[in-house]
Design a protein around this ligand. Sequence first.
Ligand code: AP5
Ligand code: MG
Length: 212
Amino acid sequence: MLLGPPGAGKGTQAEAFTARQDVPHVSTGDILRDAVARRTEEGLKAQRLMEQGELVPDSLVASMVEARLRERDCDGGFVLDGFPRNVEQAEMLESILGRTGRTLASVVAIEVPEEEVVVRLGGRRVCGSCGRNFHVRFQPPRVEGRCDGCGGALVVRKDDTPDVIRERLAVYQRQTEPLLRLYGERSLLRRVSGAGNPEEVAERILRSVDMV
Ligand code: AP5
Ligand code: MG
């Protein structure tokens, strides 16, 4: 599981890890954005809350996570990104793992100072077609405005505006940060500095989970 504030690099690191380990990246943000784009019932419930930087209801996210973890490609492991987001969801995850016969191997908290996450989110661009992440300064695409992978147009995520970034950080501090203590007490937590380039952070993560 990857924990960390908005913009810490959870998505970037999950992609790097899953490419190396050949396990799926299970991101509740990505699942919800896909539901919004497809205008499903869950997506319609989530859209306004996501655009305001608020959490969507726990039960809605939990049932999406359970369905995802039941898929066969999660049998050999997975990287969880964006769930749980509060203590209630952490309890829901325990039940889901019990019902699906999965266990939590480790929780990696990516630590990045608030000033840095604001810069990272402010310059983030995402591919409108495949969802890949870029940054105008730190991870620029080869061709401006175009995805390196699929050539799709790069867009600004709707919740990457200054007001919504501020709200997301406040929600993180209020609701998600308490999980660090919870997983620390269960001896699952590894704290990793998110400073430096993505390759350096990836190396630290692998070392923290004894994979190099
Ligand atoms: P979600 O999609 O989970 O967003 P988040 O937690 O706010 O995190 P981000 O995706 O913004 O950041 P990230 O840590 O993945 O960073 P990234 O790798 O992109 O959730 C969105 C919304 O969905 C929530 O607000 C909520 O409404 C809803 N939601 C989701 N899960 C929920 C749940 N469980 N319960 C209820 N509601 C839920 O990197 C950011 C930028 O920095 C990129 O541009 C990247 O290129 C760049 N970058 C990355 N690493 C580095 C580096 N080392 N150096 C320089 N730049 C870097
Ligand atoms: Mg993300």
